[in-house]
Design a protein around this ligand. Structure first.
Ligand code: ZN
Length: 399
């Protein structure tokens, strides 16, 4: 296996480059990359071609992708269990019907396929939520914990409906199982107007704090301006310290709330992160049979970014009752966001929303050898991975 020491002629996105990076015809000069043990370093490419360096000739180069929000327990079940009605709650009902099939073999086969697709698309870190159906960890929690891929690590989030935290000792029991099940495990919850309970939410956060867990919540995935999840969380954080990292997925209701700016300001102050899910939110929000949707169902991405809130785009459900489509390719998620959220320049700005910044420390890159900035991510989607100087598979993903 040949190992490159670096690469020349890489077209990096502007968001990754320092402000004083030289421009040629208003385009960033190509970069020479050095794969050092301490992480990736880069400088403008000059005429020389150092020995042992890969010549990229202007190929587009990004840090390995992140899939910050998936559901590997539900994926690839659409054919046997489609939803009977549009919308989120009907999809949840279909999922409960399907789970009689979720034995270890079924879960492992479907999740492995998903992981393979994601890694092939350039994903280096995938966070999957896993539904809990009682206060004891489901079989899928262990099955997903045993999955491995050489190019893609996995994080698991325990997705328990808020009523499971009504009893404080149940909340501690859930958190204890998550905390003792190995690294990369987080506490989550489904928090919605249909199950709202402030006391249960407090138990969830207390349990996370006690067990030193980070939190990733399905919160306010609805367009009801009365949704209380984020509003309550902002108020709570003003009164109570929380030492872990809080991530809020969905948060669609913010787009309907008059006090959204105040809520976001508190979340920014407490370093809460947001994940927007353009594919499923477009599909599941404002979904009424026989009626064209009027609303986009997305959270306040631009307002959050203006406040410095870290934000990523995720795929959410792939080929299940929640979303019959999907590919585990972050380029598809990004393209959906480019239109629905009007994100601006695809490669030079918006690509930051699907990249894993930490990948630079691991010299972990995705290379698009034949792509150009203006066409990306729609044409020439062929890519390969270059990790620590080793090249892994050229795929024709999506091309
Ligand atoms: Zn989700």
């Amino acid at each position: 296996m040949s190992r490159f020491l670096g690469a020349t002629g890489a077209r990096l996105p502007r968001w990754l480059l320092p402000e004083n990076w030289p421009l040629i015809n208003n385009q960033p000069q190509l970069a020479t990359l050095h794969f050092n043990a301490s992480g990736l370093q880069f400088e403008p490419t000059n005429a020389s071609q150092p020995a042992g360096y890969l010549a990229l000739h202007g190929a587009l180069v990004l840090p390995a992708f992140v899939e910050p929000h998936a559901h590997l327990d539900k994926t690839f079940t659409i054919e046997r269990s489609p939803a009977q009605q549009p919308g989120l709650l009907a999809a949840i009902a279909a999922m409960h019907q399907d789970r009689v099939h979720w034995n270890a073999e079924d879960l492992q086969q479907r999740a492995t396929q998903a992981l393979h697709w994601a890694a092939e698309a350039g994903v280096g870190l995938l966070r999957t939520h896993i539904d809990w159906f009682s206060v004891d960890a489901p079989l899928a929690w262990q099955v997903m914990g045993d999955l491995h891929h050489p190019l893609c690590s996995i994080e698991r989030v325990a997705l328990a409906p808020l009523p499971f935290f009504t009893d404080a000792s149940d909340a501690q029991h859930i958190a204890a199982q998550v905390a003792t099940s190995g690294p990369g495990a987080l506490l989550g919850g489904f928090i919605h107007s249909s199950n709202w309970d402030a006391q249960a939410f407090q138990h969830l956060l207390d349990a996370a704090e006690r067990w030193q867990l980070d939190v990733d919540l399905h919160i306010d995935e609805e367009l009801n301006p009365q949704a209380q999840g984020l509003r309550w969380l902002a108020h709570y954080l003003q009164q109570h310290p929380f030492s872990g990292q809080i991530t809020c997925s969905h948060s669609c209701a913010l787009s309907q709330q008059d006090d959204a700016a105040q809520i976001l300001a508190v979340l920014a102050q407490h370093k809460v992160r947001l994940i927007a899910l353009p594919l499923t939110n477009l599909l599941l929000q404002d979904a009424v049979p026989g009626r064209t949707p009027r609303q986009r169902g997305l959270t306040l991405v631009k307002e959050a970014q203006a406040l410095g809130i870290p934000l990523l785009l995720g795929a959410d459900n792939v080929q299940d009752a929640f979303c019959p489509f999907g590919s585990y390719d972050p380029l598809d998620t990004l393209f959906s966001g480019l239109l629905s959220l009007q994100l601006g320049a695809a490669f030079d700005e918006a690509s930051a929303l699907i990249c894993q910044r930490h990948a630079l420390q691991g010299n972990d890159l995705v290379i698009f050898p034949d792509a150009d900035v203006a066409s990306w991510p729609l044409r020439q989607r062929q890519r390969y991975r270059l990790k620590n100087g080793v090249r892994y598979g050229e795929t024709t993903n999506g091309a």
